[in-house]
Design a protein around this ligand. Structure first.
Ligand code: SF4
Ligand code: SF4
Length: 380
């Protein structure tokens, strides 16, 4: 085991291989507050990459309703149960994880603490959909006080982790992390279908194909990313909740990099289960209406502050403007800027890819249209 730095934990940790960060790291931000669970992303991926034989059950992208949705069944609860309660030390400037990661908790002779789902665990992709925590008492559904009743939608893809457990688990060395962009791939020629990666990935984002006898996973649409175009599940997102790009480490964060700004500078987007220790690279803006006692165990100790910052977007033109760039272009925006009321997304060479207004113009039509001789309703 090597000692590596995991900035999400605020400390070093043990990992199977030495630290080898890519030249740049593929990363993304998902705004959970905007997802409507339309599953367009799921189908965009399905029809692009997993419509073949043996891939029927695979959802490289899935959207589940929390707290009762899972794909596969109880993927997170099982591991949280195995890992046990863990703590963060929040006495310093930055929180430090004092618990144990899945690498540090690995049983003797194993590389990670893991488990392999049974076949039936993949049988209910939309289990728990729209089920809420708490309850709405009969006759009160129109009242405005449902504080205890909540759910939210969580879209999930492979996190292209900095310290992938799938890669560490593979006894064949068939999984690799591309040095040029940090995308994690399975070498189909080397894989012998031992499924140790399926067992090791805590997010359950590697899938075994019984027809080919190999494991398969999300490839971050690398043929598109190489052309500067965001992946299928991003460009097809109806809710415009997603932004793909490249993330620097905190000490190299740039204000003009959209992901650095949201993750490192504003700290409004947080990793999924950072305590597992993989330094996952998909970041979530937490749902504002959900008790932090729930979201805190999912996104780490920065949740309350992230929600406060997100709410402040109403008076923060930079944050509001950058959030307005989500879903505005299929191109990968590696730079951004705001000048007055205009927010612009650019590429590394400074070429303008898209510009959006800070405030969408609103047109209120006259109630009576004399040309068509009709009366119209205006909806807000
Ligand atoms: S999410 Fe899972 S499959 Fe993806 S890189 Fe991390 S460990 Fe590997
Ligand atoms: S397409 Fe976007 S809004 Fe629709 S379910 Fe997927 S992430 Fe959510």
């Amino acid at each position: 085991m090597a000692r590596v730095n995991n900035w999400q934990l605020g400390r070093e940790m043990s990992y199977w291989y030495p630290e080898a960060r890519p030249q740049k790291q593929f990363a993304a931000v998902f705004d959970t507050n905007k997802c409507i669970a339309c599953q367009t992303c799921t189908l965009a991926c399905k029809t692009t990459w997993t419509s073949g034989k043996g891939q029927e059950y695979m959802l490289w992208n899935n959207v589940e309703t929390k707290p009762y949705g899972f794909y596969p069944l109880a993927w997170d609860l099982n591991l949280l149960d195995m890992l046990g309660g863990q703590n963060w030390d929040e006495s310093g400037e930055l929180p430090v994880y004092t618990g144990s990661t899945i690498f540090e908790s690995a049983p003797a002779g194993e590389r990670v603490l893991g488990w392999r789902p049974a076949e039936e665990d993949y049988a209910y992709a939309n289990v728990g959909e729209d089920d809420c925590a708490g309850q709405v008492d009969g006759g009160t559904s129109l009242e405005n006080s449902h504080d205890m009743a909540w759910f939210y939608y969580m879209a999930r893809i492979c996190n292209h982790c900095t310290y992938p457990a799938c890669l560490a688990s593979c006894p064949r060395g068939s999984i690799y992390k591309r040095p040029e962009d940090g995308i994690v791939l399975v070498d189909q020629g080397r894989c012998r279908g031992y499924q140790e990666c399926v067992r090791g990935c805590p997010y359950k984002k590697v899938f075994y194909n019984a027809m080919t006898g190999t494991s398969e996973k999300c490839i971050a649409c690398f043929p598109k990313m190489e052309l500067g175009i965001q992946p299928q599940c991003f460009v097809n997102c109806i809710g415009k909740i997603r932004m793909a790009g490249y993330l620097n480490t905190p000490e190299n964060a740039r204000e003009d990099n959209p992901l650095d700004y949201l993750i490192h500078i504003k700290k409004v987007a947080l990793p999924l289960f950072p305590q597992f220790g993989l330094e996952p690279n998909v970041y979530y803006i937490p749902p504002v209406h959900v008790p932090t006692s729930f979201t805190g165990q999912m996104f780490g100790p920065g949740v309350a502050k992230a929600i406060e910052t997100y709410r402040s977007a109403a008076t923060d033109a930079d944050l509001a403007g950058l959030l307005g760039l989500f879903g505005s272009s299929e191109r990968v925006m590696t730079r951004w800027r705001r000048i007055g009321e205009t927010i612009t997304g650019l590429d590394d060479d400074g070429n303008v890819l898209v510009s959006v207004p800070l405030r969408e113009p609103v047109h209120i039509r006259p109630a009576f249209d004399p040309v068509q001789q009709v009366t119209r309703m205006n909806c807000t």
